[in-house]
Design a protein. Structure first.
Length: 243
């Protein structure tokens, strides 16, 4: 479903900062890959390269056999098929919850209003907040806003969902409700790449854990392998700090 090959990304800050060095990752359909690593290790940059929010300097990104770095590739279609959920929700503040979920369905997917609204209502039910369709984002808790953001991404019928620390900005009591929605998606067979510090989620849901440090993937394996016998010392140190 996803094939990233030798991705390199340098930011000029103005000194060159090698945010990604030869990062390669294949993700099969239905697989859940959890990416962990210290702050600044390149996790967000990597995710952003997978839907071209960031343009890799070198390398290839294939989504379902389509090379998204090819300038001929319609990036709006790619973004519809690769849903992304951010730490900071990013809902449109001036639109109701329902409008947040219908707009891109109409403009990008070309659906009519009534089909878009019924799809939206179904998804709001799925994430457990159908009663909130008429309110504005600032009237919702952080956990509710994040569930709306997930529903909004799902409204595009994505083939892949990328999550960048989706629970890091939430009060602790709201983390569970968002992780529960993600667990349901994983169980239903969604292909997911999840950057998170929630190690319980990684252990329970990940098919594979990838550890990044200084712009590189330095360890990759099953949760069982990663949490019990990581080969790399930097991975062991990281686990000792957060567990
Ligand atoms: P992580 O998500 O693992 O914390 P990031 O991918 O956000 O790491 O960042 C990797 C490195 O690239 C960091 O050193 C960060 O400061 C730098 N970086 C990220 N985005 C930019 C940008 N737009 N401009 C300059 N430097 C950036
Ligand atoms: Mg990040």
């Amino acid at each position: 479903m996803i094939k990233a090959k030798n991705l390199n990304k340098i930011f000029y800050t103005p000194e060159p900062l090698h945010a990604l060095s030869d990062v390669s990752l294949d993700v099969a359909a239905g697989e859940v890959v959890v990416v962990i690593g210290p702050s600044g290790s390149g996790k967000s940059t990597f995710l952003r390269c997978l839907n071209r929010l960031e343009y890799a300097d070198e390398g290839e990104v294939w989504i379902e056999g389509r090379n998204i770095l090819d300038p001929a590739c319609d990036i709006n279609k790619v973004r519809a098929e690769v849903g992304m959920v951010f730490q900071s929700f990013n809902l449109f503040p001036h639109m109701s919850v329902l409008e947040n979920l219908t707009m891109a369905q109409m403009t990008v997917r070309g659906r009519n209003r009534s089909d878009s609204e019924s799809k939206a209502m179904g998804l709001l039910k799925k994430v457990g907040i159908s009663d909130k369709h008429g309110v504005y984002p600032d009237q919702l808790s952080g956990g509710q806003q994040q569930r709306v953001a997930i529903a909004r991404a799902l409204a595009m019928d994505p083939k892949v969902m990328l999550f960048d620390e989706p629970t890091s900005a939430l009060d602790p009591e709201m983390v569970g409700e968002v992780l529960d929605v993600m667990k349901t998606l994983a169980r239903e067979g969604m292909t997911m790449v999840v950057v998170t510090h929630e190690m319980g989620f990684a252990r329970e849901v990940a098919d594979r854990v990838v550890f990044m440090d200084m712009g590189k993937i330095i360890e990759e394996g099953t949760p069982e392998h990663f949490f019990t016998s990581p080969r790399h010392e930097r991975a062991r140190n990281f686990l000792n700090q957060i567990l």
